[in-house]
Design a protein around this ligand. Structure first.
Ligand code: ADP
Ligand code: ZN
Length: 726
């Protein structure tokens, strides 16, 4: 009798056993459709000894219905799914779902209709038809794509189809991608770069687990060096995964990749069309010596769980970025999971950064990661000069935020035709709007947060839940007109200030609001590269990745902003952000200058930045962390309790707090109302757990929470190694 145990993709259900009918072949990892009552469920065949469940007698087993036409998930990916679920206290089913993230890809192939020229001339030629035929030579695509390409209406092209000048062709929707050429345009590496590249290439060839920390200053050519490892993997017919922290960075990466390898890499992220996702997913698992499949995938963190058939290398670029931490659903850190995937797959993994996370540096110190360094910028470029502007002495005029030295710096760059970048990590015009007459403050009805004014779109918006209202004319409380005041600056307000000071300057505001899709990002990069922008005003979105040769001045508008709020990683994050944005200055022949505006020039972070002494900063921060038992020396976990009913949430938090374990190597703080005590209509409480490295943290939390009962509307989330404390 042939039985199979399924990991069912529904966190509410446990593992289920089924019978495998004679005509179906099942192996571990097979993706299976099975009956459940009157419904059908999707599951993955799992080794039953690794997935404890209730033993059902043979006679009561129902047969599975179908095995889907995709390769079984390989053992290394199955082990990764188990590890992730176990480490982050998440349901196995929720993690497994991330591996089967393209529903469309699971259901076999299909075709798509595209069009191309036949070479037959239509009997009647209009200027538009003529133009279309000239523009479409050698092209193939959907009618819509071709119409866009040729700059004519779809009607014109349909007319040409009827006239026999254009024909339809059926295309496999999961067709392979054009091959990357590892010898397309290899760079001339500097001696230092070559040594690093050689080290990576050797590791790719060895096909063993090897974690690297690539610690290189901004502009040192980290990308160029790990591209050599990518080239080696392509040569060996192995696949590569490159993780980037933000989709906004992908554009720039695509260009550089294409310049080096002749074709763009395969892209994976959540805002793609489902047809693009299914093609990528199927090509990722199609890789073999015979068929090429997807060779290099660049993606956001969710790409980590793609079913690679022949993975040979993982790169995590900007590895220090906190956006690698997912804060809803399965709360995992893609940087750490990437290292685990590399371990299960037995391949090298490169964590690249100019400002490595303290955790990563510590792993290098302990000899677990191999640290490779690029200590200087490539070519003639030198690191920028950094100076502090003490806002207590250099006071900006009332209602303004740029102090005289920074204004003079911008003026100077404008006169020389160079670019300036002003960094302020705050979207919108002003973070708070209040009524001068009655003191009313605009707050989100769903969250304990102020509404942020966006002048470009004339709205007040909540950055947590997306709630928006049109910017009002009168105070909703006292009815007074002309009494609403914007408090504090956001990037839009700084851009306004620049426009007032320098009406002739061409300014671009760069935030997730203005660069909301790949086309806008590409347009911005083109404009900045061609010198069509004088002053860039941006949030953390502009701190990394970009390389604008004419950019010679960086102004940090408010260096103290990141240090507010007492987040346990605030100092490190501030340091990284400012060091990264400073790294945008003077990346080519001209030396860059960085001005940091602060009210606390003596704060260790600011002092270390000004002195260019990162070791001083890391040493001080390491000491502080060791003293506090904070990561990497101790461990944290958070429990987040929420409900739409405030009393229910409070009671659940109390029950959890009451049942807290008493142990020597683990301390529990709270429960306390979360700093964001209301989020998307849910009331929230938090507990923070600080544990020694020796403590069995996850098991303790599971044992603690497993036996507790809560009201039905209560959600309890566990956050292992949390990055967010709101
Ligand atoms: P990082 O990622 O370390 O900040 P990049 O890889 O972006 O550095 O390199 C910075 C700039 O220097 C890029 O424009 C890159 O193309 C250029 N560069 C780096 N190394 C080389 C090289 N060996 N040959 C030519 N250009 C290089
Ligand atoms: Zn809100």
């Amino acid at each position: 009798m042939n039985r199979v145990r399924l990991l069912v993709l529904n966190a509410a259900l446990g593992p289920l056993d089924y019978r495998v009918p004679e005509h179906l072949a099942v192996e571990p990892g097979s993706v299976i459709v099975a009956p459940l009552g009157p419904r059908q469920v999707l599951g993955i065949a799992w080794e039953s000894e690794r997935l404890p469940g209730t033993e059902v007698p043979d006679a009561r087993l129902r047969p599975i219905l179908d095995v889907l036409p995709v390769p079984p998930l390989a053992a290394p990916l199955r082990r990764l799914i188990e590890w992730t679920a176990d480490y982050y206290c998440a349901p196995l089913a929720s993690v497994a779902r991330m591996a089967l993230s393209s529903g469309a890809a699971l259901r076999g192939g299909g075709t798509l209709t595209e069009y191309r020229l036949t070479g037959v001339m239509p009997p009647r030629l209009t200027p538009q038809r003529d133009a279309a035929i000239a523009a479409l030579d050698g092209e193939q695509g959907t009618i819509r794509e071709l119409a866009e390409l040729a700059g004519v209406s779809e009607g014109v092209l349909r007319g040409l189809v009827t006239a026999g000048a254009i024909e339809a062709v059926a295309v496999d929707i999961d067709r392979p991608y054009p091959p990357a050429d590892h010898e397309h345009a290899p760079p001339d590496l500097s001696e230092g770069q070559q040594a690093v590249a050689d080290r990576f290439v050797k590791a790719v060839r060895a096909r063993r687990f090897a974690p690297f920390l690539l610690d290189g200053v901004t502009g040192s050519g980290k990308t160029e060096t790990y591209f050599e490892a990518v080239a080696q993997a392509i040569r060996d017919e192995r696949q590569v995964l490159v993780l980037l922290p933000e989709i906004a960075l992908t554009e720039n990466f695509l260009k550089r990749f294409e310049a080096r390898f002749g074709v763009p890499p395969v892209v994976w992220h959540s805002s793609q069309k489902s047809s693009e996702r299914r093609r990528a997913w199927r090509q990722v698992c199609a890789s073999s010596r015979q068929g090429r499949g997807a060779q290099v995938v660049v993606g956001a963190r969710s790409a980590l769980f793609l079913p690679f058939a022949r993975l040979g290398l993982i790169v995590v670029d900007e590895a220090h970025e906190v956006s690698f931490k997912q804060d809803d659903g399965v709360r995992y850190n893609a940087r750490d999971v990437a290292v685990m995937r590399a371990r299960f797959e037995q391949v090298p993994v490169v964590l690249a950064s100019a400002t490595p996370a303290l955790e990563s540096l510590q792993m290098a110190e302990a000899g677990i990661y191999e640290k490779v360094e690029l200590p200087s910028r490539f070519g003639a470029a030198s690191l920028p000069d950094i100076a502090v502007v003490d806002l207590r002495e250099q006071v900006p005029p009332r209602g303004r935020w740029l102090a005289p030295p920074l204004v003079a710096g911008i003026e100077d760059r404008l006169a020389r035709g160079e670019q300036s970048l002003l960094f302020l990590n705050r979207r919108g015009y002003a973070p708070l709007t209040l009524c001068r007459n009655c003191g009313y403050r605009f707050q989100c009805p769903n969250c304990s947060a102020w509404l942020v004014e966006h002048r470009l779109t004339r709205r007040l918006a909540c950055h947590h839940c997306g709630h928006e209202v049109p910017s009002p004319e009168t105070c909703p409380e006292c009815g007074e007109a002309d009494c609403l005041t914007a408090c504090g600056p956001g990037v839009e307000r700084i851009a306004d200030e620049v426009a007032q000071l320098f009406p002739e300057a061409r300014t671009a505001v760069v935030t997730s609001d203005t660069l909301s899709n790949p086309e806008r990002i590409a347009a911005f990069v083109d404009a900045a590269e061609s010198g069509a922008i004088d002053v860039i005003v941006g949030t953390q979105l502009v701190t990394k990745g970009y390389h604008f040769p004419e950019l010679t001045l960086v102004g940090v508008v408010d260096a103290d902003l990141g240090l507010e709020g007492g987040d346990l990683r605030a100092a490190e994050r501030s340091y990284q952000q400012i060091a990264q944005v400073a790294g945008r200055a003077g990346r080519a022949a001209k030396t860059g200058e960085v001005l940091i505006q602060t009210r606390h020039p003596d704060a260790p972070v600011i002092a270390a930045l000004a002195a260019g002494d990162r070791y001083a900063f890391y040493a001080a921060e390491t000491d502080a962390r060791r003293h506090a038992g904070a990561p990497p020396f101790g461990r944290w976990a958070a429990i987040i309790v929420s409900s739409e009913d405030e009393a229910e949430a409070r009671e659940a938090a109390r029950i959890i707090g009451h049942a807290a374990p008493r142990m020597d190597d683990l301390a529990v703080y709270g429960p306390a109302p979360a700093p964001l005590s209301l989020l998307r209509g849910r009331y929230r409480y938090r507990l923070l757990i600080n544990a020694r490295r020796s403590a069995a943290l996850q098991q303790t939390i599971r044992d603690w929470l497993d036996s507790l009962q809560f009201a039905p509307g209560v959600r309890v989330g566990i956050d292992i190694d949390p990055y967010s404390f709101v």
